[in-house]
Design a protein around this ligand. Sequence first.
Ligand code: ADP
Ligand code: ADP
Length: 229
Amino acid sequence: MPIIQTQQLFKIYNEDTIPVYALRDLSLDFEEGEFTTIVGPSGSGKTTLLNMIGGLDTPTRGDVFIDGTNIASLRKGDLIDFRLRNIGFVFQSYNLIPVLTALENVSLIMELQNLDPKSTRERALQVLEEVGLADKLHSKPSELSGGQQQRVAVARALASRPKFVLADEPTANLDSKAAMNLLDIMAKLNEEESMTFIFSTHDQRVIERARRVVTLVDGALHEDLVKAK
Ligand code: ADP
Ligand code: ADP
């Protein structure tokens, strides 16, 4: 069974005035362990698709299934729990909490999941080390570079071992060295822990690293390319 399925997904903004078809009839399957990028011109629906898959916004028509569960069937509180347990998010704006240290930012989601404090701390330390920030545990976001903040955001997304990670232009604000570092971290987790990644990008070097490239144009599926191994 695919880990994520979208069925005839439509998202229409401003349906009552001047409708914007952000997604048109998208039916896509994503299997566990994929390393997939969503590409397409600005305004083609990439962010909207990631928001629908992540349950951050609801489709106008159509359904999203995660592990066979139709996320529209979940009540609000259950959806929040479901997201915490299953999905890691990495956004362009890192959404780190300014008053918390790197370690605290990474620990927060696990604390919300009521994991015991000892394993929370161990796991947070482990992922921060994996992303090369073992010496920045007690730094606040304002004391970190853009690339370092992005790596805290990635560590936070990975810490609770989500079933899959959704990343919206994760390298957009990074210089090319930091961007490739981030891709290396993602690829390693994909290979070693078979963590599923779906990320949008404009960056040709990032597209080259993906194993599947889904291209959207005007909200519709334009091409779905799986590269040969
Ligand atoms: P991309 O991520 O590929 O740049 P988006 O998913 O952000 O594309 O946007 C797809 C289309 O939906 C665009 O035409 C955009 O202007 C429109 N759109 C996105 N969010 C909203 C919104 N909240 N209200 C109205 N239109 C929106
Ligand atoms: P900036 O945002 O200022 O470009 P980076 O976050 O890209 O900074 O990198 C800062 C330093 O950390 C660099 O010397 C880089 O080589 C190192 N670095 C980046 N990623 C990793 C990683 N995954 N593991 C270890 N060190 C890293």
